[in-house]
Design a protein around this ligand. Sequence first.
Ligand SMILES: NC(=O)N[C@@H](CC(=O)O)C(=O)O
Ligand SMILES: [Zn+2]
Ligand SMILES: [Zn+2]
Length: 425
Amino acid sequence: MNAYLIRNVSVLGAAPTDVLIRDGVVAETGPGLSAPDAGVVDADGLVALPGLVDLHTHLREPGREDAETVETGSRAAALGGYTAVCAMANTSPVADTAGVVEQVWRLGREAGLVDVQPIGAVTVGLAGERLAELGAMADSAARVRIFSDDGHCVADPRLMRRALEYVKAFDGIIAQHAEEPRLTEGAQMHEGEVSTRLGLTGWPAVAEEAIIARDVLLAEHVGSRLHVCHVSTAGSVEVLRQAKARGVRVTAEVTPHHLLLTDVRAETYDPVFKVNPPLRTATDIAALRAALVDGVIDIIATDHAPHAVEDKECEWAYARPGMLGLETALSIALDVLGPEWDLIAERMSRAPARIAGLTEHGHDPAPGAPANLTLVDPAARRVIEPAELASRSRNTPYARMTLPGRIVATFLRGEATVLDGKAIK
Ligand SMILES: NC(=O)N[C@@H](CC(=O)O)C(=O)O
Ligand SMILES: [Zn+2]
Ligand SMILES: [Zn+2]
């Protein structure tokens, strides 16, 4: 189908109207449109948003296709309302060469459900010892602009400085997993009252805050762009607030789970709640939510981290950190922010598209815009059943929780990837 007439849709919460998409773009908007050749989508009660953009997704291909593939992760993304995801580099082999990033990019094109934009590793093998071939990845067909050793911190300050300087040449950005490794050796959860009670080794807030403080100073010194992954503490928010006030070119993300869940979940000893950085306290959540509203935190990114059953359904200490996010992110945003559609569009689509340089994404559905959009039913409530998720993994922290909102349809360049809440392919 190369045309869809979306009837009676509320664009970002405005009064219902019709939206006609044709040949990959929004052709027309207005009440009472007609287009006999177009597929009709009855969107009574639905809200149209620009297609969501995830700056932080783990797709696990190549290497751990038993946990997720580019295709299964793309399907999960489309069902979550996404039209673009940035795929983290901690695959096996690591995405540290032009060859690997091109492979991931090509697999994304073949799946055809979302645009998959590979992120390149900062250091060879994520080992933190020497810079990967950043220039070759930038020049490759994948046109990499974001580089990250996510899963690991670029802990060596000299290497971090070099990376920041290097990517300036092509307006690249370094996305840092802020974790001072010497302060988190053996860490299992947030360091605080709960970890003391449970007798688990703590991951102190300062391990994150110290790296962010160092990195904003480095980014300021060399005039480069820094992005901070999964900000999780109130103290990090204050460091970022000060840096932004000084004009440092820094952006930051928060995950849905860090906006909703606390370290108290560790009392269940259910490793589904084990994640890096760890779930923090209610005080941190309050600060993160406020920062997301006032803009100190720029975006919500999922850090979708699928893990195979044997890596999650084991003793807490042996379980891998990470949780699913793509299929529930919009629901958590709705729960946390309420129906603030413009804010949700900004934090989950426009701003991440801008940061990643994805010029085809992050546009409100208006005439002439690329037809990358999603339709949400804000009145729906759904019970999360892990077995029903499209991801190949099951490690959602929201199992059996009732969450607001449901994605009804998603369009990528005018083609439906999701209709009636189901993936097209
Ligand atoms: N967030 C996690 O706990 N895990 C991520 C890595 C990361 O984002 O640091 C993973 O790759 O599983
Ligand atoms: Zn990380
Ligand atoms: Zn991650």
